[in-house]
Ligand binder design. Structure first.
Ligand SMILES: Nc1ncnc2c1ncn2[C@@H]1O[C@H](COP(=O)(O)OP(=O)(O)OP(=O)(O)O)[C@@H](O)[C@H]1O
Length: 285
């Protein structure tokens, strides 16, 4: 059997509250993404999706649990194998971990450097990770631009001269420049028009096929997750309430909360009052 791209076991996170108490954001969440697989993490606002995504890329330190990429366990907080390191060693370890898992956020205008053209941004990522140099780097940048569908004009434009969809393509190319094992997309199409969303979703499916990168797709939008993932994990109040093949979870949800999420999506003959009633029954549980 091939080693899974990502194994997450018993991930927990609580945050301090101003009154001195703590709130549980993520409670014992576990999942596996096979090599080249794609997992959707869905749930309403506040269910803990972003906290999971941020723990995967070292932006939030888990209280407990393990994250294993391609059979190699990531120690919490980027400590690597636990050996003492100087600043150079710590930087090398940080970069090594970044090459395992990359993330694309909702707002590319915030995550991209406004001073750099698309081409400069990609050259910078290759240089930082020592991926390619000289002519090989130029060729690789052209390949990446082509892979995400950015042309000559966009290549020499800065983010403010690009549309939201083009910026998101650039953010995806920058993540791919690092050749990660796992790509996390945190609400990566949420801010885009529906037609642009569709283009980015198709692009991600193509990239997965071509590169074999495993995807973790965090979204509040069940329709989006339905298009790009093999498996879906549903989160409620920090816990995984249901997980399984996406088609099964969306067509025959086993959990009442998943049924509520599905019933909240407007469609022909939709009855919002029934959704409100379902929510009322669920909060009593
Ligand atoms: N830095 C923080 N300090 C305190 N509480 C936090 C912090 N970050 C998140 N939380 C709380 O943790 C819970 C989970 O938040 P999280 O952002 O992970 O949820 P989410 O499902 O991604 O929601 P959204 O889609 O709105 O981003 C929420 O109750 C939130 O208020």
């Amino acid at each position: 059997m091939t080693t899974p791209a990502l194994v997450v076991e018993g991930l927990c996170k609580t945050y301090a509250l101003p009154d001195g108490g703590r709130t549980t954001a993520v409670d014992t969440v576990s999942f596996t993404v096979p090599a080249g697989g794609s997992l959707g993490i869905v749930g309403e606002s506040g269910s803990g999706k972003t906290t999971v995504a941020r723990m995967l890329v070292d932006l939030v330190r888990p209280d407990a649990g393990t994250i294993t990429v391609n059979g190699r366990e990531r120690a919490p907080g980027g400590r690597g194998d636990g050996r003492p390191r100087g600043p150079v060693g710590r930087r090398a370890e940080r970069l090594r971990r970044a090459r395992e898992i990359q993330i694309v956020f909702q707002d590319p205008y915030v995550s991209l450097d406004p001073r750099l053209t698309a081409r400069q941004c990609l050259h910078g990522a290759l240089r930082l990770h020592g991926r390619h140099q000289g002519r090989a780097a130029t060729t690789r940048v052209d390949e990446l631009l082509d892979q995400v569908g950015l042309g000559e004009r966009e290549a020499d434009a800065r983010p403010r001269a690009l549309s939201g969809g083009q910026c998101q393509r650039l953010a995806i190319a920058r993540a791919l420049a690092v050749e990660p094992e796992v790509l996390v997309l945190d609400e990566a199409v949420a801010a885009l028009d529906v037609s642009i969303q569709a283009q980015i979703l198709l692009l991600l499916a193509e990239i997965r096929r071509e590169t074999g990168v495993a995807l973790v797709f965090v979204s509040h939008d069940l329709a989006v997750v339905g298009h790009v993932t093999d498996d879906t994990l549903v989160m409620r109040r920090g816990r995984a309430v249901e997980t399984g093949p996406t088609a099964r979870v969306l067509d025959a949800p086993a959990d009442a909360y998943t049924r509520l999420l599905l019933s909240s999506v407007p469609r022909e003959g939709w009855d919002p009052a029934e959704t409100v009633r379902m929510r009322g029954r669920l909060t009593e549980l």
